[in-house]
Design a protein around this ligand. Structure first.
Ligand code: 15L
Length: 270
């Protein structure tokens, strides 16, 4: 019988970060209950349902201590799709979790919740986590909503959340912009574990990246949870700069936290 205090519901388990976390979180002693709209090969006990399926969500949260919520659309999409998947879907998850007495949710927010924030120059004061929401897309707007939703469920119901404004979690950074935002898979697991185990978090918002030399945001609220990042994107810098060149002033990739999402956001594939 798995220890329920170490049983996590992982939503979005078939997605990019979800797949990485399926590989990494069990080493921290967690038993994962997997949830995704897409079936996961080799995982016969995974729940295949979308976030609109309230009965499936109720069943999925029963008996879990915490949820790592990664499900939803993670690029730009028409508003109606974002509304259903990210806004209503996250609301459905919180309703089910609150009803079941789940202790804590760690949810994937995004840099795009504040994507229109001007990017501080190198060496300047880093972007504070208290910066007001400035979504750069419907996708970013849904992440800003998720943070406000979490605040409501903490203030009203005492359900705790850590909202992680993820930079870009990939095996390696693939653009010059990502040199500042990169969250290595290993650091993502370390950050999620810190968010799951820190003593009392209420609703805490953190930026989610590795300890990159080119960091432009303030990692201190993440470090305060006990997060100790171990990776730095700098080893990829020379090659990426040689290939793509440094973005110049006037280019959103240079000026804005969310880069070109405000002008030319990558679209979610259907
Ligand atoms: C995000 O929020 C996306 O989910 C991810 O795929 C990356 O594109 C990242 O932002 C980014 O800003 O690069």
């Amino acid at each position: 019988m798995p220890d329920s205090s170490r049983t996590l519901l992982l939503t979005g388990a078939a997605g990019g970060i979800g797949t990485l976390m399926r590989g990494l979180l069990p080493a921290y002693g967690y038993t994962l209950r997997l949830f995704d709209a897409t079936p996961i090969e080799g995982e016969p006990t995974a729940v295949t349902a979308d976030l609109g399926d309230k009965a499936a969500l109720r069943e999925a949260v029963a008996g879990v201590d915490a949820v790592v919520h990664l499900a939803g659309i993670s690029l730009e999409a028409p508003f109606e799709k974002i509304l259903r998947s990210n806004i209503e879907g996250t609301y459905n998850l919180y309703e089910a979790a609150e009803e079941a007495g789940v202790r804590r949710i760690v949810q994937a927010s995004s840099n795009h919740a504040v994507g229109f924030a001007p990017l501080p120059g190198p060496g300047g004061p880093p972007l504070p986590v208290e910066t007001p929401h400035r979504p750069d897309s419907y996708y970013g707007l849904s992440k800003a909503f998720g943070e406000d939703l979490a605040q409501l469920y903490w203030d009203r119901d005492g359900l705790e959340t850590v909202s992680v404004r993820i930079g870009a979690c990939h095996m390696e950074p693939t653009s010059v912009r990502m040199l500042s935002l990169w969250l290595s898979p290993g650091d993502a697991a370390r950050l999620f574990v810190a968010a799951l185990t820190a003593p009392a978090v209420g609703h805490t918002v953190v930026y989610g990246s590795s300890a990159n030399t080119r960091l432009r945001w303030d990692l201190s609220s993440a470090r305060a949870l006990g997060y100790l990042p171990q990776d730095d994107s700098e080893q990829y810098a020379a090659k990426l700069i040689e290939e793509h060149g440094e973005p110049l002033p006037g280019d959103p990739e240079h000026d804005l936290l969310g880069g070109s999402f405000s002008v030319d956001p990558p679209q979610w594939p259907y």
